[in-house]
Design a protein around this ligand. Structure first.
Ligand SMILES: Nc1nc2c(ncn2[C@@H]2O[C@H](COP(=O)(O)OP(=O)(O)OP(=O)(O)O)[C@@H](O)[C@H]2O)c(=O)[nH]1
Ligand SMILES: [Mg+2]
Length: 325
């Protein structure tokens, strides 16, 4: 769990966002948008977002390794490191690496991993857009493999899975239990074929991100599930689950607050995608958005009214720490 953890609503007078042109999003608690992507002649093959909240000295080795692993793929790429209101100075640890291949976005306070990912992914321009945790628990070499598989097979997305038979993970017993409970609830409520919605490494084709991301609004760890459910509801089902290894670490802790927050967010996703949208569809069949199978050229995004980000039953709390289940 990152040091300097706040246990209130995560509000703290963190440093203002660096380089952020705060074209503020209308959502109640959205972070200022990051700097616009640098103009490039040719579109990039790949964008990788690294969300970080007080990772300490673990950020730099992850970024250094990620840059070198992606170099070897011979794909054109950008790494977008997003500080989620870090106060441990970790963003400074990569200043000398910033350049054509790496940019750093600093959010003005701690919003949660979901918001950090949304800011990073919405400013990404790669043909495939993904993310990987900053703490190095999942080796950056996996992202290089994902990128090569994506370039070969063009799936809708590649998902690291802790539950893949070939994965090597060493969770603490409590985490394994919570992860099993979470995944069973996900299967029960959403019936979609993903064995692990929460692993800290994922890669999506750009059109999937362009269409699904604007319909998400959760700021915590449950953002991963929200993005997958929304993409699935838009007709994207070609997600390849891929084995990963998670380094054994004794300091991984389970925060009751995060667990409770994830469970309430699970309820929010279920309410929006399986109750309210159904009610809405039934109410006005006339303008039911057709569930078009993928139409890659149609990146204009589905009717915006499927999710109303400001309508959050009970409001959202910020400043989560540790444990994405
Ligand atoms: N905990 C936490 N992580 C955040 C937050 N915002 C961004 N992150 C990043 O999200 C990624 C996953 O968070 P972790 O705390 O490592 O979650 P985890 O891997 O489930 O938990 P650990 O086993 O403790 O590593 C890391 O890169 C964090 O730095 C936040 O508000 N809280
Ligand atoms: Mg971690």
């Amino acid at each position: 769990m990152p040091e300097g953890t706040s246990d209130s609503d995560g509000e703290r007078d963190a440093a203002p966002a660096r380089d952020a042109a705060p074209a503020r999003d209308t959502r109640r608690d959205a972070a200022p948008r990051g700097p616009a992507a640098p103009r490039r002649d040719a579109p990039l093959d790949l964008s990788v977002v690294v969300p970080f909240y007080n990772p300490g000295d673990r950020l730099r080795p992850t970024i250094v390794q990620l840059l070198s692993e992606l170099e070897d793929t011979r794909q054109s790429f950008e790494v977008i490191a997003v500080s989620d209101g870090s106060t441990d100075g970790s963003a400074r640890s990569v200043d000398d690496l910033v350049g054509d291949r790496l940019r750093v976005i600093e959010l003005d306070r701690n919003y949660g991993k979901g918001e950090a990912l949304r800011v990073g992914m919405s400013s990404a321009t790669g043909g495939y857009i993904g993310f990987i945790d900053a703490d190095g628990d999942i080796a950056p070499s996996f992202m290089a493999r994902f990128a090569e598989q994506a370039a070969r097979d063009h799936p809708d997305g590649l998902l690291g899975s802790k539950n893949h038979p070939d994965s090597a993970i060493h969770p603490a017993p409590v985490r394994r239990l919570l992860s099993v409970v979470w995944q069973s609830l996900v299967k029960l409520l959403f019936q979609f074929p993903v064995s692990d919605s929460q692993a800290g490494i994922k890669l999506f084709r750009q059109d999937v991100v362009r269409r699904a991301l604007p319909l998400t609004s959760l700021t915590g760890f449950a953002f991963d599930l929200e993005l997958l459910v929304v993409a699935h509801d838009l007709g994207y089902t070609d997600f390849v689950e891929t084995p990963i290894e998670i380094a054994e670490r004794d300091s991984s802790t389970v925060s009751l607050r995060t667990t409770w927050r994830m469970l309430t967010d699970l309820g929010v996703i279920f309410w929006r995608t399986r109750v309210r949208s159904k009610v809405r569809d039934r109410r006005s069949p006339a303008d039911v958005p057709h569930r078009s199978p993928r139409s890659d050229d149609d990146v204009s995004g589905p009717p915006a009214d499927r999710h109303d980000p400001t309508d959050v039953p009970g409001g959202e709390v910020h400043g989560d720490h540790g444990t994405a289940l």
